[in-house]
Design a protein around this ligand. Structure first.
Ligand SMILES: [Zn+2]
Length: 286
C-alpha cells in the first residue's frame, strides 16, 4: 500500500493508535487518518440510505430546526462580514436544508448538496434546490459552506477543489470540522465525543486544515478553534424543547438526552476556517 497523506500528499504517514483504533498520522501536516473506516460506510449507499442525520419525525425535525436557528444566524453573520454583498450560497452536506432555509430569508439564492435521500426530499418539499452530488452543481457562488462534512470524505483535496471551483472570484469558503487537537480530545482520547472512526476518515488539527486550504489555492481569512455550541445554542435548546413539548408527540428531553447535551456542550470543540478564492474562478460550467 502506498502511504501518501490524503491532505498534503507527503509520504510521511506513520502508524498511530487511539484506544483500540489503528490510525495513520502524517508527520508533515499533522492529520490523522482512520485506517479502516467501517466497510458499510465505504459504499455510496450508506450515505444515501442509512446515515442517520437526525430524526425525521416531523415535530422533532421542527424542534431541531428551531434549536439550531440561532447558531445558523451566528454563522451567516460571521461569513457575511467577509462577503456582505453575497448573492448566491452553496451548502455542501446541507442535511435537511435548515441553514440555507435561513440564508434565503436574507434574499440570497441558495443551492444545497445532500446525498441522504430523505433529508434531500424534505428540503425539496419546502422549496429548496438540493441535489445529491456536487457534480450536479453549476455556476458560481459567493459563499460555499461545508459544516462537519470534510471529516467524512476520502479525498479531501478533491472535495476542497470542487468547492473552490464553484466560488466566484473573492468568494468565501467556510469549513467546520471537529478539532482533533483540542484539549478535550487529548484528555478523553478515544472516548472524545467526536472521535467517530466508524464514519470519520480524517481527524484534523487546525494546522492541517489551513495547509489543505492553502494547497488548494485559497487564502485563509480567519481560523478559530471554538466550542461548537455557544451560549446561543444552549439557550435555544431549552426554547425549542419547551416550545415543542406543547406537542403531544414530542416530550421534554430525558435525563439521558440532557446529560448527552451537556457533555457535548463541554467537550464538543471544532475548528472553523474561512478562506477566500484568490484566483480568477475556473467556473464549474466553464
Ligand atoms: Zn499530511
Amino acid at each position: 500500500m502506498s502511504l501518501s497523506c490524503p491532505v498534503c500528499l507527503s509520504n510521511t504517514l506513520v502508524p498511530a493508535r487511539l484506544g483500540a483504533t489503528p490510525l495513520w498520522r502524517c508527520t508533515h501536516c499533522g492529520v490523522h487518518v482512520t485506517q479502516d473506516v467501517g466497510a458499510e460506510e465505504q459504499t455510496r449507499e450508506f450515505y444515501s440510505q442509512h446515515y442517520v442525520l437526525h430524526s425525521s419525525v416531523a415535530a422533532q425535525r421542527e424542534r431541531h430546526r428551531m434549536f439550531r436557528m440561532p447558531e445558523y444566524h451566528d454563522m451567516i453573520g460571521r461569513i457575511l462580514r467577509y462577503k456582505p454583498n453575497a448573492r448566491r450560497w452553496l451548502d455542501v452536506g446541507c442535511d435537511h436544508g435548515f441553514l440555507i432555509d435561513e440564508v434565503r430569508r436574507a434574499g440570497i439564492g441558495v443551492v444545497g448538496v445532500e446525498p441522504q435521500n430523505r433529508a434531500r426530499d424534505y428540503a425539496r418539499s419546502v422549496g429548496l434546490d438540493v441535489v445529491p452530488s456536487i457534480d450536479e452543481v453549476h455556476g458560481e457562488f459567493d459563499v460555499v459552506t461545508a459544516f462537519h462534512v470534510l471529516e467524512h470524505v476520502s479525498d479531501p483535496r478533491a472535495f476542497v477543489q470542487a468547492c473552490a471551483q464553484r466560488l466566484s472570484p473573492g468568494g468565501v469558503l467556510a469549513i467546520r470540522v471537529p478539532d482533533y487537537g483540542s484539549i478535550w480530545r487529548r484528555l478523553l482520547g478515544s472516548r472524545w465525543i467526536w472521535f467517530q472512526p466508524s464514519v470519520h476518515r480524517l481527524h484534523f488539527t487546525e494546522g492541517a486544515l489551513r495547509l489543505l486550504l492553502q494547497d488548494c489555492g485559497l487564502g485563509v481569512l480567519s481560523s478559530v478553534r471554538r466550542a461548537a455550541n455557544t451560549s446561543l445554542t444552549r439557550d435555544s435548546y431549552w426554547l425549542a424543547a419547551r416550545t415543542f413539548s406543547t406537542y403531544r408527540s414530542v416530550s421534554m428531553p430525558s435525563f439521558r438526552d440532557l446529560a448527552a447535551r451537556t457533555y457535548q456542550n463541554i467537550v464538543g470543540r471544532e475548528i472553523m476556517v474561512l478562506a477566500v478564492q484568490q484566483q480568477p474562478s475556473q467556473g464549474a460550467s466553464a
